[in-house]
Write a protein that binds this ligand. Structure first.
Ligand code: ATP
Length: 348
């Protein structure tokens, strides 16, 4: 069992606030991903849970017990970092066994536990090798096995895949998800990669400048972003965001008009829509844009177009043919639009 509660946890250095009133309960066995751009406070949040950084205020509880003052070694958490710091003089077996020795686990248990952990990450054939004789991906898996071998209640993972190439990231990602499920461990995982977040998480916490912007399942975050920051951060490409005016259900901006928006709101707004929710047609008679760039994605083509001063991207079928500078028309159905207050950026 490991339910983690963060109650208004803040970290300040002088007048600078690295994390502001982080308030969340992470359920036992949940896979929670902290997502946000560089410097938003992800690592600091994680380090406070691990005990590597003191919280300036707020409480951190595990299963209802306050752990703020517990030493890192007395917290039942195992961390995996992006720089995996293996001991170069020890072979894989000894590296994985190391946490057991440090924690005084009886020697009679070591062999079975090391073998179980190494089998989980498919390293059984490499136990005699030194880190220098391994690939980057294999080293990363040694680091994972070293966390697994402790059989902790909580895994804290800080960008554990960032040193791997694209293919290995995908396979190791699947392995991590599987491990946390099999071990029934509560996992907190830090990344700035939204694809990693969306594929791994039960829930995602999106952070910006030390402040939690939204907490939700990947689908909730994708389908109903709480503000323009989340809308602009999630999705590839990010949501199109266009500033304009809303009046009686009609949005207008420069050369874009959208009618029949299901809202009573009026005034200055930011309208958002996803590239895949809109479509593109070459109907010169009513064309309101020119093609600015084309990207072939394999299963589709991303058409980026310029409508006056506004640039938006729309996904078209792969059979759609157009050229740069062609006159085109973007079809933006009213019911797929997201509306945000222009001033606060909050969803309305
Ligand atoms: P990244 O993805 O780049 O690792 P992050 O979201 O993990 O970023 P943190 O490492 O948590 O960000 O840092 C949050 C903020 O706190 C940053 O602006 C950072 O410069 C600041 N910070 C971190 N450690 C200290 C420190 N010891 N003293 C002062 N400021 C710090």
């Amino acid at each position: 069992m490991a339910e983690i509660q963060l109650r208004k946890v803040s970290k300040r250095w002088g007048s600078f606030v690295g994390v502001r009133e982080f308030d969340l309960t992470i359920a036992d066995q949940e896979f929670l991903v902290l997502l946000g751009p560089s410097g938003c406070g992800k690592t600091t949040t994680m380090r406070m849970i691990a005990g590597l950084e003191d919280a300036s205020s707020g409480d951190i509880l595990v299963d209802g017990k306050r752990i703020n003052d517990l030493d890192p070694k007395d917290r039942d958490v195992a961390m995996v970092f992006q720089s995996y710091a293996l001991y170069p003089n020890m072979n894989v077996y000894e590296n994985i066994r190391f946490p057991l020795k440090v924690r005084g686990i009886p020697a009679s248990e070591h062999d079975a536990r090391v073998k179980r952990a190494s089998a989980m990450v498919e390293l059984d054939e490499f136990l005699h090798r030194k880190p220098a004789e391994l690939s980057g991906g294999q080293r990363q898996r040694v680091a994972l096995a070293r966390a697994v071998v402790r059989e902790p209640n909580v895994f804290l993972m800080d960008e554990p895949l960032s040193n791997l190439d694209a293919k290995l990231r995908v396979s190791t990602r699947a392995q991590i998800k599987n491990l946390s499920h099999e071990l029934k461990t509560t996992t907190i995982y830090v990344t700035h990669d939204q694809i990693e977040a969306m594929t791994l998480a039960d829930r995602v916490v999106v952070m910006s400048k030390g402040v939690v912007q939204q907490v939700g399942t990947p689908t909730e975050i994708y389908d109903r972003p709480a503000n323009t920051f989340v809308a602009g951060f999630i999705g590839s490409p990010a949501m199109n965001l266009v500033d304009g005016t809303l009046e009686n259900g009609t949005f207008t901006a420069d050369k874009i008009s959208i009618f029949g928006l299901p809202t009573q709101h009026s005034g200055k707004v930011t309208l958002g829509f996803r590239a895949e929710d809109a479509s593109v047609a070459d109907s010169p008679a009513q064309a309101n844009s020119q093609v600015y760039s084309l990207e072939l994605l394999g299963e589709a083509t991303m058409v980026t177009m310029r409508a006056g001063g506004t640039i938006v991207s729309v996904k078209s079928g792969k059979e759609y043919r157009t050229e740069i500078d062609d006159a085109v028309h973007a079809n933006i159905p009213a019911d797929i639009c997201h509306i945000f207050d222009a001033e606060t950026g909050e969803r309305v």
